[in-house]
Structures are given as C-alpha cells and as structure tokens.
Design a protein around this ligand. Sequence first.
Ligand SMILES: NC(=O)c1ccc[n+]([C@@H]2O[C@H](COP(=O)([O-])OP(=O)(O)OC[C@H]3O[C@@H](n4cnc5c(N)ncnc54)[C@H](OP(=O)(O)O)[C@@H]3O)[C@@H](O)[C@H]2O)c1
Length: 265
Amino acid sequence: MFGPGGTALITGASSGLGEVFARQLAARGYGLILVARRRDRLDKLAVELARSSKVQVEPLAADLASEQGLAGVEARIRQAATLNLLVNNAGFGARGRFWEADPEEQQRMHRLHVMATLRLTQAALGGMVARGRGGIINVSSVAGFGAGPGSASYSATKAWMNTFTEAIALELRSAGSPVRVQALCPGFTYTEFHDVLGMDRGVIPKGWWMPAEYVVAQSLRGLDRGRLFVIPGFRYKLLVLAMSYIPRKLKHAGTRIYARRTRRV
Ligand SMILES: NC(=O)c1ccc[n+]([C@@H]2O[C@H](COP(=O)([O-])OP(=O)(O)OC[C@H]3O[C@@H](n4cnc5c(N)ncnc54)[C@H](OP(=O)(O)O)[C@@H]3O)[C@@H](O)[C@H]2O)c1
C-alpha cells in the first residue's frame, strides 16, 4: 500500500478525473490542495470535502498555462513539507489539422501538459526524495501510445508525459528512492473533457466509455502496487498491446478511420 496521509495536490480538480481524485483521496484521509482556474467550483468542493471527510482542503485558483499561475503553484509545492502525492491531471483536447489550428491553443496545450508537469514534478520531487516518501501521478492518455490526424499536439504531449514519467521512475530506482511515479493512461472516460472539446460522445460505442470513478480507483490501486503504467479497462490494455505489435501502416489506417469518426479533422 502507498504510504497514506499527508497532503495531496491535484491539478484540474474542478471537474472530471481531478474532482474524483479529490473525493477518493479525501476518503483515504489526505489533506488536499485543489488547483484549477474555476475558483467557484474549487471552493464548493473544498467546503464539501472538509465537512464530509474531516480533512483540510485548500482551494488554489491558478491558470497553469500562464507563467504567473504556474510559478504560484510551484512555490506552494516547495513550501508544502507534508506533500505526499502530486497529481498532474489538468489537461484538455483539441481538434483540427495542426496548421489550421489556433496557434495559441496549441501552445497552451504544450504549456499545460508539458511545462506544468515538468515544473510541478521538479518542485515536488526534491522534497519527496529527501523525505524518503511520496508519489506523483501524471495523467496521460492511451493517445500517448500512438499518433493520429487531428491530435498532433495532444498525442505528442501525452507521449512526452509517458516517456518523462518512465525516465523519472528509472532515475528514482537507480537512486534507491522509494518515491513512486505513475503514468495513468485512460481511454474514453465520462468527464467534461468531450464537452470542452465539442465532441459528440455518441460516435464512440458505449462499451469503450469508462466512469471516472473506475479510472481513478484503478490509478490508486496501481499506486498501492507500485505500477509505472496504469491503463484502465481490458479493451484498452489489449489495444495498447496490439499497437506495439501491428505494423505502422495498419496503425495509420486505424487512426485515420478514428479521426473521421470522431470528426477530429
Ligand atoms: N476524459 C477522457 O476521455 C480522457 C482520456 C484520456 C486522458 N484524459 C486526461 O485526463 C485529464 C483530466 O481531464 P478530464 O477528462 O477530467 O476533463 P475535464 O473534466 O475537462 O477536466 C479538466 C480539468 O483541467 C483543468 N484545466 C484545464 N485547463 C487548465 C489550466 N490552464 N490551468 C489549470 N487547470 C486547467 C480544468 O479546470 P478549469 O477549467 O477550472 O481550469 C478541469 O478541472 C486530462 O489531462 C486529459 O487529457 C482524459
């Protein structure tokens, strides 16, 4: 079991997977620092969880794609002496061909998925390694195992998250540190993600959708067991396994069909 107690900082805690992480970690007795842009949502969740789970909850409104917002959260992490878990979860998707997409949105995605993960991980790890306890969950995606039309930046940033997490795990292992890191790689999950993206959920068969509660429970179970990659759901485990064996040509044909079906391009 992953060492309980202490504080967990969760980014993107105002909805979806982040909110469910907050609920499940509060139930495990963690004090919480909740980060996202929508302050009203964070405040409401903080009041609810402090009352129901009797834990300390601190809402921290910040835009992690901005220098000011990211620096503020980085500083908060560096002074959190009881930080036991960091969940880099804030993220969003985009559609459209790369050269036709809004450049600001594309850059914002890289700042959020890559730079925020990099800087918050570095801010947290020094203290965790020195204390000899702690863990980091980077919420990536099955999209990080492939590439498809209409999601160049999304797939690329999630692939970066996978490689980054794996390399940090190897560094921790070689240093003999018990600190754990995990890349959580979900497939389609019921959250606000596809509303923000503007994608009709009906184009994907029901069997491929997972509840956020299940995805988070799998992640925390994986953390207890020290799993580096957590891919919730047997369909997605098989898909990722197949993707590492099937020829690239076949993979590309599949992603083209998927991109048309989901109207990504
Ligand atoms: N849902 C899926 O099917 C799925 C599949 C694979 C991976 N994922 C990954 O899961 C993670 C969580 O997404 P979700 O599915 O839970 O979607 P969601 O319900 O839309 O939640 C996204 C969260 O990220 C926060 N966020 C977005 N931009 C931010 C910014 N600039 N600064 C700070 N916070 C920001 C949002 O809060 P505010 O708007 O209040 O800032 C929100 O709390 C993402 O990294 C996503 O890529 C999702």
